[in-house]
Design a protein around this ligand. Structure first.
Ligand code: ATP
Ligand code: MG
Length: 389
């Protein structure tokens, strides 16, 4: 937990209490505090209504007043304050039909997904833990609050959240909760791909990706989503970069980049995956100097990691990759000693596509050490090349 946020949260709670209402830290921040892990967002739940919060704090932003959330800006760090609420019926497996504000903390905690996420912490550090969250954390299990089948019927995303938390925390999913996921797995298709993408990204950058994939397979959730979640195709891997995870997902799926569109990944993520997969192909076929020049070092290093994760044997070490790239005669096309203008001066031909083709060939010749990156030598090379052409 970031101390600044913690301090701000205590101040917010004090002010709400002074106004005669209750307020507690809730959700992920409490779980992570108990786990002694860092968490960047401290959420507060309160018995006060949104307009009552706005009356207590001069500077607030509505960030979902219909859901009861107000962002308080008066205590150094922005803090989200949400009115205790229950969620009534769910007819579409993903959103409550309406939310009702309540004055009772227990009601609010009851609507939360897992016992470890359904605890509250008072400003003096006292836990309110109606559902044995701490005990389940101690036994490293993820356990739905209440009747798991019903909870997953209300919101199918919770099933994928269970798998995500398992991968992040290296916890197991409790038996009844697990069986309910198996039973309800097909309803994951009600959830928007963007939200599925967020959870899969968190699995990909978690410390236990393989466990996540194992759960995707044995809960059968993976069957209802695009792509292959067969655990034997995935070796364990680790990256803090979401893009690396998505690119690897494509590799496991025979380099099928269309998957990234299906999961609504950004263009930036798609371009990254495309480059890494091209670099990977090049690496496993014995990398050409032109590819060492063409790809950024990070792309090459990522592709190298993929080869390792796929148990491919490469003839050179990861460490020499940077060295080999550094030792190229030129690092990019701009460093070539000649330009299109030189070619026009040396030739009787008119401007045309041949200029780019020739410059590309010159770059190849230079990185392959067939000719020095020197204007005079490149002129001679050009005449020989031009005669052949
Ligand atoms: P993270 O550390 O990844 O943010 P988190 O537990 O804080 O994990 P959030 O998505 O930020 O997860 O949600 C905050 C809290 O809101 C959760 O701890 C949980 O109590 C509740 N919550 C979130 N999503 C759901 C859901 N789909 N169903 C029920 N409760 C939920
Ligand atoms: Mg959170």
């Amino acid at each position: 937990m970031i101390p600044k946020q913690w301090q701000a949260a205590k101040e917010v709670i004090n002010k709400i209490e002074q106004a005669g209402f209750e307020a507690f830290i809730v959700g992920g921040a409490v779980r992570d505090y108990y786990l002694k892990k860092e968490n960047n967002d401290v959420d507060i739940a309160t018995s006060a209504l949104p307009e009552e919060i706005q009356a207590v704090f001069p500077h607030t932003i509505d960030i979902g007043i219909a859901h009861g959330t107000v962002l308080v800006l008066d205590c150094n760090e922005p803090i989200e304050v949400t009115t205790y609420r229950t969620e009534s019926t769910y007819s579409d497996h993903r959103r409550p039909d309406n939310v009702q504000f309540v004055r009772n903390l227990k009601e609010d905690l009851k609507r939360r997904d897992f016992t470890m996420n359904a605890m509250a912490l008072s400003k003096s550090g006292e836990y309110i833990d109606f559902y044995n969250g701490r005990q389940h954390i101690d036994s490293k299990i993820i356990c739905a609050v209440g009747e798991p089948i019903q909870r997953f019927e209300e919101d199918a995303l919770r099933m994928l959240r269970a798998v995500r938390f398992a991968a992040q925390l290296h916890f197991s999913i409790e038996g009844k909760t697990f069986q309910a996921i198996q039973q309800k797995a097909a309803t994951i298709t009600y959830i928007a791909m963007e939200r599925i993408q967020v959870e899969l990204s968190k699995i990909f950058i978690s410390n236990h990706v393989r466990l996540g994939i194992e759960y995707m397979e044995n809960t059968t959730l993976g069957r209802y989503l695009q792509g292959d979640f067969n655990q034997y195709k995935w070796t364990d891997f680790y990256s803090e970069d979401r893009r690396v995870g998505w690119a690897y997902f494509c590799l496991v799926n025979e380099c099928d980049l269309s998957l990234l569109s299906a999961y609504r990944c950004s263009n930036n993520d798609k371009l990254f995956a495309k480059s890494v997969l091209e670099a990977y192909e090049s690496l496993i076929n014995g990398i050409r100097p032109i590819d060492l020049m063409r790809f950024d070092l990070y792309i090459l290093q990522t592709a190298y990691q993929f080869a390792k994760w796929q148990n491919r044997i490469l003839s050179f070490s990861y460490e020499t990759l940077a060295e080999r790239k550094d030792n190229l005669p030129i690092q990019n096309a701009q460093q070539l000693a000649i330009s299109g203008k030189d070619l026009l001066n040396w030739s009787s031909k008119k401007r045309g596509a041949w200029i780019k083709t020739t410059l590309d060939a010159a770059i190849q010749a230079v990185v392959n050490n067939e000719v020095d990156n020197d204007k005079q030598q490149l002129k001679e090379w050009f005449h020989a090349f031009d005669d052949e052409g």
